[in-house]
Design a protein around this ligand. Structure first.
Ligand code: ACM
Length: 621
């Protein structure tokens, strides 16, 4: 049997055409959109959950195209590009069997035979950058006359150099170390800061000075990148460099889409190339809990896959069946590779909201008498656990302890974003809790819960972390020296810093790399925060003017990538590249002087490095 499927955006609607070469009796069209669907014509909505929908179609005659017109139930989520078209589509037949519909072209598109990305217009050539072609830009660069060709790499030894050589080899780059290479002398200078390094590039060879491992690694990465961006001949001069922020993060949502462990290792290499040093591993959300924990095996065993007949249906491109879980051995591999690359791994579990998968499997975490009808912004009912239920604490305490113990970073991110409005308002148990604890609204209740979880972590020597909402509540929220991630903008981070929290800035308008690069309907990605062209990734200040008082509390910058519309690992690449350069520049560079055109020009020189590695990139001209 042959099925064809096409879909286009027409104003506010999504027009789907399905055709089968065999007659089908009243099939059910299952699919997911970015948000809750509604049917305009061509079928009857039987069921929906978040962006997932099931639409009963009339009988399909053989070879006769059938048109179903959909829209988002909430007109605020008007479709703006191809990522809003149906994902994971399939038909369910009367006997319960399923037929996958062909996948629409997904991800940032390329011209035939070209790497991914929108191609530059004919005649348009990339701007040149005549200075040091390095991202992030160093603290200081004193050029001298001449160039140092490094056709055979460098002759040097030592563990951090070996780690950079291994990174180059894994990624198909020319050897970084070889006996016939240019002399690379190491000078230990204990007076330097951990991340700092100094490189003297002279016609006779290179000297790399640093206090220890981190600085040597960064200096070697700089040499590797310069070799790639300066056509194999390093400009002579002296680079003096150190990191602005200790936390230079990249997040990946591995809950909405399961990325193979090998992809995570590839991402760690990409991060290391640009001196990022924290991987925020988001493996739990409404759709799945993917970490293979011993204390809660039912959780990952029943939610690692989603789709037809499973506790979580094919939301966000889940299709008939998709997913996977991360074993303790996978975790060890990711941690070990991270350590080799100077990257620490931050695990995140998600409570109290974004917990639909948890509630689908673990009984007793909601108040059975709760009359509330709240739904998450993604359209999930029942995606919040209830802190007035003893089962919630019995479930979370061992889970937190186990997950925290698996990761050497000593920090556990608890989630805590996007509590639906009016959560727990219909719960008698929470009403009693409010009276007992003097809490007045859901922010207070959430703050009370987060503070209690944070206290448990702190007692185990683990630092709590959470999204910005954890600081809400008249009671001050999470407290306990928690590290907070400011994502809706910077104002919540500034407020949290003033309340005594360390904060990582990840404003969606600038560093949410799931946002489309452009407003072009042929492009790919979300847009609820903004369209984020490369230039906008640096058009902001981690410590904004007027907030200088909290400078010491801003400990870092982090890019995020959410995977609602990702159904194949590679689709992530051209969303990150080249914008990860802007994240790295903001997170590392002491000199905040690079402007948008400067970044664009540098990205042009670094583009061939992405290509050599085989990492897709967006080429928005
Ligand atoms: C988030 O983007 N909800 C943290």
């Amino acid at each position: 049997m042959t099925l064809t499927f096409d879909a286009v955006i027409d104003a506010e609607t999504i027009v789907c055409t399905i055709c089968s070469d065999t007659a089908l009796a009243a099939p059910v069209f299952c699919f997911s959109l970015m948000a809750a669907p509604a049917v305009v014509s061509g079928g009857t909505l039987l069921r929906s959950l978040a962006g997932y929908g099931e639409v009963e179609l009339p009988d399909l005659a053989a070879g006769a195209p059938h048109v179903v017109v959909l829209r988002h139930a909430n007109p605020r989520f008007a479709p703006t590009n191809r990522a809003w078209l149906p994902l994971g589509g399939y038909l369910r037949l009367a006997d319960g069997s399923t037929l996958a519909l062909p996948k629409l072209p997904a991800g940032v598109q390329s011209a035939p035979g070209q790497p991914a990305g929108v191609q530059p217009a004919p005649g348009q050539s990339a701007a040149r950058h005549d200075g040091l072609r390095l991202i992030p830009q160093p603290t200081a660069w004193s050029p001298a006359a001449g160039h140092l060709p490094v056709p055979q790499g460098f002759a040097g030894r030592g563990e951090p150099l070996d780690a950079v050589a291994a990174l180059a080899a894994r990624n198909g780059l020319a050897p970084f170390l070889s006996a016939a290479g240019v002399a690379l002398a190491i000078h230990h200078d204990p007076s330097m800061a951990d991340d700092a390094y100094r490189l003297c590039i002279a016609p006779e060879g290179v000297t790399l000075a640093a206090a220890g491992r981190a600085g040597l690694f960064h200096g070697a990465i700089t040499l590797l990148q310069l070799r790639e961006t300066h056509d194999g001949a390093l400009p002579c001069g002296t680079i003096t460099d150190t990191a602005r922020f200790a936390w230079r993060g990249q997040h990946l949502d591995c809950a909405r889409h399961f990325y193979a462990p090998a992809t995570l290792l590839r991402l760690l290499d990409m991060m290391a190339l640009f001196k990022l040093n924290r991987f925020h591993w988001h493996f739990a959300d409404d759709e799945a809990f993917r970490l293979e924990t011993a204390t809660t095996p039912a959780l990952w065993q029943q939610t690692a896959f989603r789709g037809e007949g499973l506790p979580v249906p094919g939301v966000f491109g889940g299709g008939i069946r998709s997913g996977g879980s991360y074993s303790p051995a996978d975790v060890q591999t990711v941690i070990a590779r991270g350590a080799e690359l100077g990257i620490a791994i931050l695990p995140e579990i998600e409570v109290p909201a974004h917990a639909f998968a948890i509630n689908a499997v673990i009984p007793g975490l909601r108040d059975a008498a709760d009359t509330g009808t709240e739904a998450s912004v993604q359209g999930y009912p029942r995606n919040v656990v209830n802190p007035a239920m003893p089962a919630t604490w019995e479930f979370l305490a061992p889970l937190m302890a186990e997950v925290a113990a698996m990761f050497p970073i000593g920090i556990l991110h608890l989630g805590c974003d996007e509590l639906p409005c009016d959560t727990w308002a219909g719960s008698p148990a929470v009403a009693a809790l409010k009276t007992r604890e003097g809490l007045s609204d859901s922010h207070d209740v959430q703050g009370w819960m987060m503070a209690r979880l944070a206290a448990q972590l702190q007692a185990q020597g683990i630092r709590p972390a959470a999204w910005e909402e954890a600081a809400q509540g008249a009671n001050g929220g999470i407290g306990h020296n928690a590290l907070l991630f400011s994502w809706t903008g910077q104002a919540p981070g500034i407020a949290a810093a003033r309340a005594g929290h360390d904060v990582v800035m990840c404003p969606a308008q600038h560093v949410y790399l799931d946002m489309a690069h452009t407003a072009d309907p042929a492009d790919w990605g979300a847009s609820w925060a903004a369209f984020v062209p490369l230039e906008d990734t640096i058009a902001w200040s981690p410590v904004p003017r007027g907030a200088e008082d909290i400078a010491s509390r801003v400990v870092g910058v982090e890019g995020t990538f959410w995977s609602e519309f990702t159904t194949h690992d590679r689709e992530m690449e051209a969303m990150l590249a080249p914008r990860i350069l802007g994240v790295a520049q903001k997170a590392w560079s002491m000199t905040d002087t690079l402007d948008g055109p400067g970044l664009r020009a540098l990205a042009g020189h670094i583009g061939p490095l992405f290509d050599r590695i085989g990492w897709d990139r967006h080429r928005n001209p």
